[in-house]
Design a protein around this ligand. Structure first.
Ligand code: BTN
Length: 243
């Protein structure tokens, strides 16, 4: 078995691994993996269904401070802004390498397989502590019925049994990529080549107005450029819907 570099703290059930890792005084490089979450957090006001069987984990990083030496590997502000795209690239890379899958990224932070969302990413920070939280659905049959039309699991698209050991390898590989340096150009390149919305018609809400356009690609900050009849708009956050 290939040993993951990141040391993983395993928990049974927890409210939220993001919450847990941020509230304890954990050192950078900590990874917390839970069997289930009772209050899994999603983006915005959303919750994230986290029944037993999925892979729910958080990686803790620290931002650099003025006292750090210039060679310090801590997160510079620009890297912090790219943490979500980097985490998306890390998830895709791990699923490609370990399971031979071909995941795609739906801007900004959803990972898709077989036309369904199989993974969500929530990056948060409190002061100098940054967390990349990742939730991967394994069996779609464990998800609440009302989510199954849009959400799937990695078991739906692979014959490979997702054993406990495989879950640890997936979380370990993703964490290792998140903790490894990756230049901004590489993050953008790896992100954009897996972007499933590129060239597609999407709808979105801007300043309370419902709009449609063609997603053209991302800019240097991984914001999404959308060509609309009134000109190109750039989204830095929010939700887009594929039409
Ligand atoms: C989303 O799709 O809206 C983001 C979901 C992020 C879920 C993960 S599971 C591990 C970590 N802990 C949480 O409470 N949320 C993230």
């Amino acid at each position: 078995m290939k040993k993951a570099m990141a040391e993983i703290i395993r928990l049974g059930s927890v409210d939220s691994t993001n919450e847990y890792i941020l509230k304890e005084d954990n050192p950078e490089g900590t990874v917390v993996l839970a069997d289930s979450q009772t209050k899994g957090r999603g983006r915005g006001e959303h919750s994230f269904a986290s029944p037993e069987g999925g892979i729910y984990f958080s990686c803790l990083l620290k931002g650099c401070s003025e006292d750090d030496p210039p060679s310090c590997a801590r997160l510079a502000p620009y890297d912090a802004a790219l943490l979500t795209p980097k985490a998306a690239v890390a998830v895709c890379t791990a699923l490609e390498e370990l399971l031979g899958l071909e995941p795609g990224i739906k801007w900004v932070n959803d990972i898709f397989l077989g036309g369904k969302k199989v993974c969500g990413i929530l990056c948060e920070h409190v002061g100098n502590s940054y967390v990349a939280g990742i939730g991967i659905n394994v069996k779609s049959s464990s998800l609440p019925k009302e989510l199954r039309e849009k959400a799937g699991g990695i078991c739906d698209v692979t014959e490979e049994p997702i054993s406990d050991e495989m879950k640890l390898r997936i979380a370990g590989r993703i964490s290792d990529i998140i903790f490894s340096p990756m230049c901004a150009d590489r993050v953008r390149e790896e992100y954009e080549k897996r972007l499933i919305v590129k060239g597609k018609m999407v709808s979105f809400t801007l300043d309370g107005k419902e709009m449609t356009g063609i997603a053209e690609g991302i800019n240097c900050a991984c914001n999404l450029n959308i060509k609309t009849p009134g000109g190109t708009v750039t989204l830095s956050s929010g939700e887009i819907r594929l039409l």
